[in-house]
Design a protein around this ligand. Structure first.
Ligand code: AMP
Ligand code: ZN
Ligand code: FE
Ligand code: FE
Length: 285
């Protein structure tokens, strides 16, 4: 069984449509794929409708969080997407991405880059708007060669010249909300140091105490040493260990299924979840 529990679609900053994503996941030989767009569940219906036979969809989201001034991402799986409290928080975070992206465009304009909100809006095409969309505009304008190259101090990295913060949820609150909606919480890429400061282990221990289910260990942004350390931490804190691609289509170089999750861990996630069930593919449309 090949299980990839972290993928983005055009519902946020991936480049595959939700239908395209599930088709590509089947073509990549995956048995299970999770749709985890940033702060939104808008891709679910299309992904379910297109789901090929033999592929199971895990519905989820990647929630933008911040603790001690450090941005972090919380993967939430199999929660009830209609549960009002989590829905309200998700919409608050997602909607705040629009004025925030506009503010980044204004900063770029002040730096002499002729980017416009209309351009970024066209690139985001209705998806949960984020820095990768702004970065794509910078690529179109020839300011940087690739999306990744826009994530520097010079441009869009945390604290960079054109960076603007967005509303982000306290992760203890996120855990409470996700649990309240019957979901399961996995701390995404907790040691992705190149994105900025990372959350200290003492805080991860507190998150575990508060109900965190697992941590994502096998991820392209973790080197061998970080994975080793995180595996030890997971053992100490009795946390599940996942691995996933964090696929973004052509906006990142990683391919579907590049990192995968152990079937036993997947089984445990599905057992703990009460908000939604994994969706078995029926052939798609
Ligand atoms: P935002 O949620 O708008 O703050 O944007 C953060 C997103 O940008 C992350 O979830 C990644 O998808 C993407 N990202 C962060 N760092 C990089 C990078 N170095 N290269 C490409 N994409 C990145
Ligand atoms: Zn992303
Ligand atoms: Fe992330
Ligand atoms: Fe992600």
């Amino acid at each position: 069984m090949r299980i990839d529990l972290h993928c983005h679609s055009t519902a946020s900053d991936g480049t595959d449509t939700p239908a395209g994503l599930v088709r590509n996941a089947a073509a990549a030989g995956l048995d299970v794929v999770a749709l985890t767009d940033h702060d939104t569940t808008r891709g679910y219906a299309e992904a379910v409708a297109a789901l090929p036979e033999g592929l199971t969809l895990v519905t989820g989201a990647e929630l933008s969080c911040r603790v001690d001034g450090i941005s972090m991402h919380m993967l939430a799986y199999l929660f009830d997407p209609a549960e009002p409290a989590l829905l309200a928080e998700r919409e608050l975070v997602r909607d705040d991405r629009v004025p925030r992206a506009k503010a980044m465009v204004a900063k770029l304009a002040a730096l002499g880059v002729p980017v416009t909100w209309e351009q970024v809006e066209r690139i985001a095409a209705g998806g949960s708007v984020g820095r990768p969309h702004v970065a794509t505009a910078l690529v179109e304008l020839g300011v940087v060669p690739t999306v990744s190259d826009a994530f520097t101090e010079e441009w869009l990295a945390d604290g960079g010249r054109a960076f603007v913060e967005k509303h982000e949820t306290d992760p203890f609150e996120a855990i409470r909300l996700v649990k309240g909606a019957g979901g399961v919480c996995v701390f995404a890429h907790p040691a992705a140091a190149k994105r900025g400061r990372t959350v200290p282990e003492s805080r991860i221990a507190e998150l575990a105490e508060a109900g965190l289910d697992g941590i994502e260990v096998d991820h392209m942004d973790h080197d061998a040493e970080a994975r080793e350390r995180l595996r030890g931490l997971a053992k100490d804190l009795d946390l599940l260990v996942t691995g996933s691609s964090d696929y973004h289509g052509s906006r990142k170089t990683v391919s579907l299924g590049a990192y995968t999750t152990d079937p036993e861990v997947y089984g445990e996630i599905t057992r703990r979840a009460t908000g939604a069930f994994p969706v078995p593919g029926t052939g798609g449309v």
